[in-house]
Write a protein that binds this ligand. Structure first.
Ligand SMILES: NC(=O)c1ccc[n+]([C@@H]2O[C@H](COP(=O)([O-])OP(=O)(O)OC[C@H]3O[C@@H](n4cnc5c(N)ncnc54)[C@H](OP(=O)(O)O)[C@@H]3O)[C@@H](O)[C@H]2O)c1
Length: 231
């Protein structure tokens, strides 16, 4: 009997997926780690770029791993089943960081995933990144969208199973739990909370209907699972 339940426990542990969150110390990244750590089917691994940030990930119930997107961070990929890329250089840095983090860092993250046999890669992209030429962009946003587009195309061509999530402008309001989601949104007016984006990223881990798809999302009136199932 003891042996039976021990083996059952081991099987359960094996069924858990190790999900590496890149950008885990970010506003959205921390929410992703928190949501993953609350689910018994996942182990949350949070990639942070310095020792002091490790405690934040531990407090959320995740396992911190060190890695900087501008360096070799392949050591973060040990035993990783799924990657969620939620990192970004942010609005306070110049085009050099947009290139080295949002473009080259993301491309490296995809290449490491491929080399380490990762089963699924989930990319936090941006609404309109599918075809930035359709957008009315200033110079810095052009560099940003070039980076997001290049990373998305690299992922689509990588041979990895992927889901690309493209939210509109992010807000810090409480989660609404309701969105609209389409491959290309007909109505791109609106915004979306980081909390809802985090919920969508975590939902995508085991939603096979989203495999090899890119979807745009904004807050709206349909509950997240229904909207994603229809997308
Ligand atoms: N803002 C918007 O309206 C909007 C709209 C659509 C999509 N997005 C996308 O959503 C992403 C997440 O947004 P957010 O507001 O949650 O971002 P955030 O709070 O700025 O978090 C970004 C994370 O990336 C990490 N990072 C930056 N450079 C790194 C490096 N070299 N190595 C490792 N990690 C690095 C940061 O680390 P530190 O904590 O160490 O600084 C931070 O934790 C954005 O980056 C953007 O691509 C944003």
């Amino acid at each position: 009997m003891i042996r039976h339940s021990y083996l059952k426990g081991l099987k359960k542990m094996k069924e858990r997926q190790n999900v590496l969150v890149i950008g885990a110390n970010g506003t959205t990244g921390r929410m992703v780690v928190d949501l993953l750590a609350k689910k018994s089917s996942y182990y949350a691994m949070g990639m942070v770029r310095n020792e002091e940030q490790k405690a934040t990930i531990e407090q959320l119930g995740g396992l911190p791993v060190l890695g900087n997107l501008e360096e070799d961070f392949s050591s973060a990929y040990k035993d990783v089943d799924v990657v969620i890329f939620a990192a970004g250089s942010g609005g306070n840095t110049g085009p050099d960081k947009t290139k080295s983090v949002d473009k080259e860092g993301a491309i490296k993250a995809i290449d490491y995933a491929k080399a380490h046999g990762v089963k699924k890669f989930i990319m936090l992209s941006a609404l309109g990144a599918e075809d930035p030429s359709q957008l009315d962009l200033d110079e810095s946003m052009e560099v940003y969208y070039d980076a997001k587009h290049a990373a998305d195309v690299h992922l689509e061509k990588s041979g990895l199973t992927y889901t690309i999530i493209r939210p509109g402008a992010l807000t810090d309001e409480d989660a609404k739990g309701t969105i609209r989601a389409e491959e290309i949104l007909e109505n791109r007016d609106g915004d979306i909370t980081r909390a809802d984006v985090a919920a969508v990223l975590v939902q995508a881990v085991n939603m096979d209907g989203l495999n090899n798809k890119a979807i745009e999302i904004l807050n709206d009136e349909t509950d997240i699972i229904t909207a994603l199932n229809r997308a």
